[in-house]
Design a protein around this ligand. Structure first.
Ligand code: KG4
Ligand code: ZN
Length: 333
């Protein structure tokens, strides 16, 4: 079964064709990063207008890259939420138009569920029950997955999501947007020498990263981080390394504790922050339970993961009608 998927929930216009939920035939992403970088973050109105300009060329490129014609496509999957309303609407309406004209079945995919399914594109032997750590720009969720489409939310962020914290810390340190990759690059040149706090929220599987971000801000405001040539102070690179370590320590420790408590067979990492090398390595090195992670390129937003998730939805007969709508606050559980 060949699924054409469309993803436009945030600032990437993406389309992909995936066979049987596992084999990528084409995976195209038109990034808007440079457009939003000059504003220091995503401007929703600009994002939706850019999706309108990019979506048809991206789909055409996806079809030609896969050497596909329309009769090769068996079904359409599209991210229907969560995300920016104006951005989601573009993808959902284009997907519905294709389904209507080509008389194809359509399914709406939850973006976070899509992130999980990036792991199905890796050829892993996946075993349930598993614990999923989904860390993106808007979420830090710990989800117990007992089967396809069977989720229980164990923990979530109480304030800033992990990716949001990276983005804000990068802004505080003047490292630019998007913050996660900028912090990771700077951290590679520094040592994690700053005493930043960690919020453990013991007794819960929830996360909180606003405290560590505020502590970093206070240090910058108090002139405790070198912005010039003062060799006696920690550098921006040291600050980035310290911040990255603080966030990763909490994510790794709490994820492993929850995995042991729930006696899962595997831990699965997903979402844009899963591209962070320190997070990937620390989780793999410290977990006694096998850890699955997608290739770095499949961690950030893409449509191949939406196609993989869509395939399993079609298999479970979870087909939508042409009344499918964008739901900006769509929840997974
Ligand atoms: O999943 P994603 O691409 O979009 C959302 O669904 O939100 O995640 C984007 C988030 C951003 O906050 C970005 O800074 C973060 O993922 N991110 C990273 C890295 N690459 C992207 N955070 C830490 N380290 C990275 N290498
Ligand atoms: Zn995402």
């Amino acid at each position: 079964m060949k699924v054409l998927a469309i993803e436009s929930s945030c600032d990437e216009t993406a389309a992909a064709i995936v066979e049987d939920g596992a084999k990528i035939l084409s995976n195209q992403v038109a990034s808007q990063v440079e457009i939003h970088a000059r504003y220091g973050g995503i401007v929703p109105e600009v994002a939706s207008r850019q999706h309108i300009l990019s979506i048809i060329p991206v789909i055409e490129q996806t079809m030609s890259q896969a050497h596909a014609v329309w009769k090769d496509i068996d079904a359409v999957a599209v991210t229907s939420g969560p995300g920016l309303a104006g951005s989601l609407i573009v993808g959902v309406n284009v997907a519905k138009s294709i389904a209507l004209v080509r008389r194809l079945p359509i399914t709406g995919v939850n973006h976070l569920e899509g992130h999980i399914y990036a792991n199905w594109l890796m050829g892993y032997e996946v075993r349930f029950p598993m614990l999923c750590l989904i860390v993106s720009g808007g979420h830090s969720d710990l989800v117990l997955m007992k089967g396809h489409g069977d989720y229980a939310l164990l923990g979530r962020t109480r304030d800033d999501a992990a990716g949001e914290a990276f983005d804000k810390a990068a802004r505080i340190l003047g490292l630019g947007y998007p913050g996660g990759p900028a912090i990771e690059r700077a951290a590679a040149k520094g040592t994690p020498s700053l005493p930043l706090p960690r919020s453990w929220l013991e007794g819960t599987d929830d996360f909180s990263f606003s405290g560590v971000k505020t502590a970093l801000l206070r240090m910058v405001e108090a002139g405790k981080i070198a912005t010039g040539q003062d060799g006696s102070l920690p550098t921006v690179a040291d600050a980035a390394a310290s911040f990255q370590k603080a966030v990763v320590d909490v994510l790794v420790t709490k994820t492993i504790a929850a995995a042991k408590e729930h006696r899962v067979d595997q831990i699965l990492l997903a979402g844009g922050v899963a591209a962070n090398r320190r997070l990937r390595k620390q989780l793999m090195d410290n977990s006694p339970i096998p850890v699955l992670v997608p290739d770095i390129g499949l961690c950030t937003d893409n449509a191949a993961m939406i196609a993989a998730c869509g395939y399993f939805r079609f298999r479970a007969k979870r087909v939508d009608g042409l009344d499918l709508d964008a739901v900006p606050n769509l929840s997974m559980v």
